[in-house]
Design a protein around this ligand. Structure first.
Ligand code: 8YV
Length: 326
């Protein structure tokens, strides 16, 4: 019997491709580049499932010529690359990979916070450029992390991981803002206090963004919000690029109305706003918060488990639109 055909929009981990190959006829993307939208749509025409990553846009247009398509399994916890209502309308299930990346991503968020507060990138560039020739009392003097106020915007699993690290590891005073409040138990575990967004902006010494991207979180941090932050504050974004207005952020960094920023995600990535590349007080990393070998493998295996779970056993693990299962 012919195996069902699936598309791997990015070829990740030979062992995961081999696992999928036990159940499916797998067509992989043989290039290092993501498929263009038109190419993705063309390749999906005869597939029942797709293994996707955050750069693969699945919307009505991509699915229009794919009558057999039943599932797109995203190797990411975020799924703003999926138009979920359009998928539901076409009865295509979407799945994501929560939990397996929580601690790794929270580690990175904290690392970026530390690097930003302590000016690690700026000082490394200075040293590599051969400019270090003496001690001086204010050379790369940054801001303290221990004992400071950690603000978290978006208090899902990763936000809570950052809160726990800050409260328990660094004695930080943790405040957060989220669509909904955590239960008292979770607030106690994170030692976190719920505040309004305005109080968060005005009070945080270090503000970390960990909220999902949607139309309602687009530019949640723009010029007006940046103006409410302390001039000594740092901003860290490990969520999605569109949450911050990058041009407004670059202007605030240049004018030093905030002290520094650490950014792992960008509007229009992998392109980075040219102004961010020229301001010194920013640490820039190429969307690698989940990038450890074990975590990326766990994410790929979970995306594969969702494909196998649904297409072979009728039971996906992480359905985003479970209504299509009825
Ligand atoms: C991925 C991410 O690296 O999980 C997410 O939401 O942003 C990252 O962990 C990326 O989206 C690749 O799919």
């Amino acid at each position: 019997m012919n195996k069902p055909r699936i598309l791997m929009a990015r070829a990740v981990f030979p062992e995961v491709i081999a696992r999928l190959g036990q159940h499916f006829e797998v067509e992989t993307n043989r290039s290092d580049e993501p498929f263009s939208k038109a190419e993705l749509a063309r390749r999906l025409q005869d597939k029942v499932g797709a293994f996707t990553t955050g750069g693969d846009r699945i919307d009505d247009e991509t699915m229009a010529g794919a009558p057999l398509l039943k599932i797109c399994a995203n190797m990411a916890v975020g799924y703003n690359n999926f138009d979920v209502p359009a998928m539901t309308a076409r009865r295509v299930l979407g799945t994501n990979t929560p939990d397996v990346l929580t601690e790794t991503t929270a580690d990175f968020g904290f690392a970026l916070l530390m690097a930003t507060a302590r000016r690690m990138a700026e000082s490394e560039h200075f040293l590599r450029a051969g400019k270090w020739n003496r001690w001086s009392y204010d050379m790369f003097a940054g801001s303290d992390v221990h004992g400071s106020t950690l603000g978290i915007l978006g208090m899902g699993r990763i936000g809570q991981g950052i809160a726990r690290r800050g409260a328990h590891g660094f004695g930080m005073n943790v405040i957060y803002h989220n669509r909904s409040r955590l239960t008292p138990d979770l607030e106690a575990q994170c030692k976190a206090r719920y505040v309004t967004k305005d109080e968060l902006l005005a009070t945080a010494d270090h503000l970390v963004l960990v909220l999902p991207y949607s139309a309602s979180s687009h530019h949640a941090i723009g010029a007006a919000e940046l103006a409410k932050m302390k001039p000594t504050a740092t901003l860290v974004n490990i969520a999605r690029g569109g949450i911050v207005d990058d041009a407004a952020l670059a202007a605030a960094l240049r004018a030093r109305t905030i002290a520094a920023a650490g950014l792992d995600v960008f509007e229009g990535e992998p392109k980075v706003h040219p102004d961010l590349l020229t301001v010194p007080n920013v640490v820039l990393t190429p969307h690698i918060a989940s990038a450890t070998v074990p975590t990326r493998l766990a994410m790929a295996n979970l995306a594969a488990d969702n494909l196998i779970g649904f297409l072979v056993h009728g039971k996906p693990l992480n359905p985003l639109n479970p209504e299509v299962l009825n």
